[in-house]
Structure formats: structure tokens, C-alpha cells
Ligand binder design. Structure first.
Ligand code: MN
Ligand code: MN
Length: 500
């Protein structure tokens, strides 16, 4: 018997909506979980996924992807890549696997919620494949990290991270729980599939994959590419929904979801990928600066897509452009100084050659962030290592959960944006973080940052490391054992010899 072509049966087979008789439509799809904006069902049923795939074809393609990623890994198992990698690349891998594995795993349930509560059959179909994809991403991450465990216990954090209250993990969880897990299926799809996956995963998985290939880390590079090919499909769940929201007069609501999600993702990617690209990746292996990647992948491509669909740039666009110049540089300082609180082994990435590159890519870097590094360098060279680790806890932003930072040096501009709500004072890095809180205070008000926990006496100041589930052997240590400052000895000798 001849098989039908998939286009002859796909639309009929995936049309799985019916009128429930034993329970009400509202009981089956409560609006809080399905669609708070209550778009008409007839409209939702027109959801037509741009990328149609059948289960059989899906399995075949995914199997090939897995074979590709795992066989590159197997072929390179004895390559000593990790042993020979620079301290920065090691730090990047350690940070990546601890920070990303659980996000992949959590995304399984984010898609499962869309599968259960989405009211459009096409959306449910796509989300089902999305869940399976994220399972694959979580598995490939855990498998790769497990292989590295024999080389460094930092990779234990691929498994351990989600069950800890480490400050980096709290910040990530707060962000992605907000986007992926605590909203109705449609809002979650706009925030996750459209804003996060369309805009940002390219940056993480294509740009970082290029850097990985340059570093000779082909198994990591292949793994990232294999993941990104799925992310591109997930991104397509958001577009038809966004169009429906616009067509049914819900554009303002859609815009707000995008504005919130885009900013929250920006903060995460800036702190984690920004530091990896501009400080951890070896200088001669960098494909571009973080800012250049942001310009190409986010500012150009994402904005073109937004405008194509009839949406506006987020209202804080000018602030974002300023933030691209500074935020990850400030976070890099904080990450380096507070290194014992991180599971990875951070490096400075600011030897004389690296500084010249930073100054070229971010004019003014030496007069601002460079001034703080000067003090750190002086302390290390004088053997005052203790002075390079702060004795007090940093202020954390009550929205992004990372250190509340500004620009140091000649352009000093640190400002704490506060808000009093129901007897409690909240602190924010920027007007955007504060604006997000103000949109729905009750959603965010109950959260306690690590600092709030100490301030309220829930955690004793000397119990912070234990509260973060960090055993003394897990405290982050300087990734180069301070060897990077030696380059400054040479620089100084040359300067003295030449009298410059
Ligand atoms: Mn994924
Ligand atoms: Mn995804």
C-alpha cells in the first residue's frame, strides 16, 4: 500500500480539538494556565505552524543529530583537549555546564505546560516536540559534564546546581521561572519562544560554538550546534501566537511580555555569555566581541523580526545600548572578586594584551573598569591576595538577582533605584528592572535575594557559603593561580628600561 505524503494528512491528523461534554471548557483549560487574555478559540485554532514535522521524521532527524554530537565526543575522548585548554576555556566550560544544564531540563516542563494548556492543536504539536528536544538537550549536557567529572569536580554542578541556593543559580531560576513556568501557556510562549529563543539562543549557541571551534573544542562546538538546530524550531511557536495577539487587539499586552522577557534575558546573557566571550575565551581565538555579537544577532536580526511583525523595539532601547557597553564588564569584576562563591574557577582576562583588545572594542574601558583592575593588579603583585576578595556581601538587584553594579573610575555612575512596597524597600539596578517589578508587584514581592535572607536573619553572615550548598572544596579558586599578573612585571621592566 502506498503511503500518503505527510502534507496530505498532517492537517487532519493534528486537528485534535473537540467539544468536551463531561467537563466545561473552562475547567479543562483554566485561563490562568491557558490564556489570561482569553483570545477566541476560533482564532487560536487557526494556529498554523510554519515548520511542520511528523513524529517519524522528527525521530529520524533527532537521531542523526545525537549520533553526530556523541560520535564527535567519542572520537575526541582521548584528545586531552580539556587538559590542554587555557584556564579561561576551562572556566567557561565549568560555568556553562553548571549554569545551563538545569535550564535545559526545566524547559522540558515549560513545553509540557504548553502541550497541556495550549488551546491550539498546532501549538500543542510543536510544544510536544519541544519537550522532547529539551530532554535531549538536558541529557547531552549531563552526559558531557559527567565525562568531565573525572577532570574537575566543578562539573558536579551540572547535576547539583538546581537544588542549590547559590546566588548565580537563584538569579537564573528567578528569571526563567518568571518566563517559562509561572504564566499561562500563551504568555510563556511569547516570553520563552519568541523573546528568549528567537533573540538570545543564537548568541549562546552559534556565537559560542564558533569560539569553541576556534579553540579546538570540537565536541562542545558540535553539541552547541546540535542544540541550536532545535532552538530555531522552538522559536517558531511564538510567531503565530504573536500575530494572533496583534490581530485581536492585544498588541500592547504582547509588547509588554516581550519588553519584560527581553530585558530579563539580556541581564542573564550579559553576565554569563558576555564575560565568557570578552574575558574567558583566549584572545587569539575570539570570533568577535560580545558587543559585536549583540549587534549582529540581537540588535539587527531581532529588531528586524519585531518590526516585520508590526511590533516596536522595547521602550528602554537607549538604555540597552548603554548597558551593552558596560554591564558585563562590571559583572566580570564582581565575579572575579567574589570567586569563592562560584563553583567555577574564574580568571581575570585582563593582561596587557587583553586590555588593549578591551580598550579597542570598548573605548574608555581603561578609564573606567581598567582603574579597578589596576588596584587588583597592584594588590596581587604586592602579595596582598586577601585584599582582592571582599569581606562583605555585595548588594544584589531585586529583579535580576545579580550584583547591583555601575560604572567605576572616571565615569562613576552607580545608582540604586529603590522602591517601597508594602513596608519593604526593594533595590534595583536600573529603571527597567524597577519597571518590571511595578508591572506586577505581587508576582515578585515575596522573593528574598541572598542578601535579603542575611538582612532578615534567615541566614547568618558566616553561614552564607553553607546556605549556598558550597562545601569548602567547592569554593571557586583563581583559575590561573594569579599567573596572569606576571605579564605586568614584563610591562613594567620594559617601561623602566625605555624610560616611558
Ligand atoms: Mn534547549
Ligand atoms: Mn528551547
Amino acid at each position: 500500500m502506498a503511503l500518503l505524503n505527510s502534507e496530505d494528512w498532517y492537517d487532519i491528523a493534528r486537528d485534535t480539538n473537540w467539544t468536551p461534554r463531561y467537563v466545561s471548557e473552562q475547567a479543562l483549560f483554566p485561563k490562568e494556565l491557558s490564556d489570561v487574555l482569553e483570545m477566541p478559540l476560533e482564532l487560536l485554532e487557526t494556529f498554523d505552524e510554519p515548520y511542520k514535522v511528523t513524529y517519524r521524521d522528527y525521530v529520524k532527524t533527532q537521531r542523526e543529530k545525537d549520533v553526530g554530537a556523541y560520535s564527535v565526543k567519542a572520537a575526541l575522548a582521548r584528545s586531552q583537549m580539556y587538559e590542554n585548554a587555557s584556564p579561561g576555556w576551562k572556566a567557561l566550560l565549568q560555568m556553562h555546564f553548571g549554569a545551563v544544564s538545569f535550564l535545559e531540563y526545566h524547559s522540558v516542563s515549560a513545553f509540557a505546560r504548553m502541550t497541556r494548556f495550549g488551546r491550539a492543536p498546532g501549538m500543542r504539536n510543536m510544544a510536544t516536540f519541544g519537550s522532547l528536544d529539551e530532554m535531549r538537550h538536558a541529557q547531552v549536557h549531563l552526559y558531557f559534564a559527567y565525562e568531565y567529572l573525572a577532570k574537575s569536580r566543578t562539573f558536579d554542578w551540572a547535576q547539583k546546581a538546581p537544588r542549590t541556593d547559590n546566588w548565580v543559580i537563584i538569579s537564573e531560576r528567578h528569571t526563567f521561572d518568571d518566563l517559562e513556568h509561572t504564566r499561562d501557556a500563551i504568555s510563556a510562549a511569547i516570553m520563552t519562544n519568541f523573546a528568549f529563543e528567537t533573540a538570545f539562543t543564537n548568541l549562546q549557541f552559534i556565537a559560542l560554538s564558533a569560539d569553541a571551534a576556534n579553540c579546538g573544542d570540537f565536541s562542545f562546538s558540535t553539541m552547541l550546534q546540535s542544540i541550536q538546530s532545535d532552538e530555531a524550531r522552538h522559536a517558531q511557536i511564538g510567531e503565530p501566537l504573536l500575530k494572533m495577539m496583534i490581530d485581536s487587539g492585544r498588541k500592547a499586552e504582547a509588547q509588554k511580555l516581550i519588553d519584560i522577557s527581553f530585558w530579563r534575558c539580556w541581564k542573564q546573557f550579559s553576565a554569563l555569555s558576555g564575560t565568557c566571550m570578552d574575558y574567558y575565551t583566549p584572545l587569539d581565538k575570539r570570533e568577535g566581541s560580545f558587543k559585536e555579537f549583540m549587534n549582529e544577532w540581537i540588535l539587527d536580526q531581532f529588531v528586524a523580526k519585531l518590526e516585520d511583525m508590526g511590533m516596536e523595539k522595547p521602550w528602554y532601547w537607549d538604555l540597552l545600548l548603554e548597558d551593552i557597553e558596560v554591564f558585563h564588564h562590571a559583572q566580570q569584576l564582581g565575579i572575579y572578586l567574589y570567586r569563592p562563591t562560584e563553583w567555577w574557577h574564574p580568571i581575570a582576562g585582563t593582561n596587557p594584551a587583553e586590555r588593549a583588545w578591551l580598550e579597542e572594542k570598548y573605548p574608555g574601558w581603561n578609564d573606567t573598569f581598567g582603574q579597578v583592575w589596576d588596584v587588583i593588579i597592584e594588590n596581587i603583585r604586592a602579595g596582598r591576595l586577601d585584599s582582592t576578595i571582599p569581606k562583605t556581601l555585595p548588594m544584589l538587584c531585586n529583579m535580576h538577582g545579580l550584583e547591583l553594579t555601575g560604572v567605576p573610575g572616571r565615569k562613576w555612575n552607580l545608582k540604586d533605584h529603590t522602591l517601597d512596597y508594602q513596608g519593604r524597600r526593594y533595590h534595583f539596578q536600573s529603571v527597567v528592572d524597577k519597571w518590571i517589578f511595578e508591572q506586577e508587584p505581587e508576582r515578585y514581592a515575596g522573593h528574598l535575594s541572598l542578601i535579603d535572607r542575611v538582612a532578615q536573619g534567615i541566614v547568618a553572615p558566616d553561614g552564607v557559603m553553607e546556605h549556598m550548598n558550597m562545601a569548602p572544596e567547592e569554593y571557586g579558586i583563581e583559575g590561573t593561580n594569579y599567573a596572569w599578573v606576571e605579564a605586568y612585571d614584563d610591562a613594567l621592566t620594559t617601561r623602566r628600561a625605555t624610560g616611558t
